[in-house]
Ligand binder design. Sequence first.
Ligand code: EPZ
Length: 407
Amino acid sequence: MEGELKVDGSKNAVLPILAATIINNGESVIHNVPELRDVETLIGMLRAIGCKCFFENGTLIVRSNQEINVNVPEKPVREMRSSIILLGAVLARCGQVKICYPGGCEIGPRPIDMHLSGLRKMGARITEAHGYIYCECGKLSGTEINLDYPSVGATENIMLAATTAEGVTVIQNAAKEPEIWDLQTVLNKMGAKISGAGTSTVRIEGVRHFGSLEHEIMPDRIVAGTFMTAAAITGGSVLLKDVMTEHLRPVISKLTESGCTVSEYDGNRLFITSNKRLKAAEVVKTLPYPGFATDMQAQMMAVMTIAKGTSVFIETVFESRYKHVEELVKMGANIKVDGRTAIVRGVKKLTGAEVMAGDLRGGAALVLAGLTAEGTTIVDNVKLHVDRGYDKLEIKLARLGADIRRV
Ligand code: EPZ
């Protein structure tokens, strides 16, 4: 594969930012919104609760200065776990919300206990019955919240809810992912008073009035990492534009350790080339940011299936994020899973097969494996899973020289 690619806006930044547009009871103009199924789903939910949302030459306009319906529609929440992010935003705006329990998903149960315990500490009265969560609080009160685990969603939900609370809320052991920083930037642009995003301690001072917003979504570090692994697995060279190389440190380090050459320019362009058989990265252990992203585990594993030597993967964030393993084994990979550990022994080549995407990033990993496998690979369930987080993946890969098409 050869060529260059502009990386789109981040799915995991835009979803909480869409929720934030409920809070300002006004207009939000958002640039660089990626065209993804998850984004369409959340926009549909904003419309369902009363927001006006429309695109003007690629820019999304949200107007939330209407009556907000506190009953969040059930179906999308069951289908897309991350829609639970509406909980904190509707609570901040309306003082009450009814939302159903999010579906578990393909990578584990993904409970929301830390979300709810944080909101309860702020004074929200929450009852859980018949699969629904009923929250009402009048006014939330700022307090100190210690997260047992640096949960991204819990950090975001508490940040959103705390924007209108009485007093100051401090989140200890907060998630440090870059998407938290983008959310803090957006909320402060609207008039919130938040500091500390990107560190373990986020401080939110409640305010009463918010103004309009204009913002450009940060680049998607997981999409960027996915195209880096595409170059690595095919022995190609790709120039990625509009990335934030600072967000890609662990992926750059692991691919460099495996024999790729990575050059960075001005912090926002990255050139990766891989012109020989890679050697195995000894250990790939997923951790909260700034550790190696769990969302890059499957893609890295695809690369390691044909590297020289053995790699040990340890998935510490989710409990069942190895659905792609049995599919990669169908293609000739040598992988043994024991709980959260997967041992990958590199083979000379993979062979094409009919495989099934089981989740978003695992599906992307199977596409990558198909790029290098001898013969034809058919990846099923791309629409259900891969399209949630990648916009026209096959078209972009084809533009870089891959022999790939949607059937
Ligand atoms: C966000 O999910 C991302 N999604 C995920 O990306 C990402 O994998 C994850 O953070 C970790 O980086 C979005 O931002 C929309 P968590 P989230 O809360 O917020 C447990 C992708 O592929 N947990 O940090 O759900 C949970 O079960 C997606 O783009 C609790 O036990 O992740 C998991 O094991 C996949 N109780 C771990 O913490 C809670 O209350 C990390 O979850 C909350 C979480």
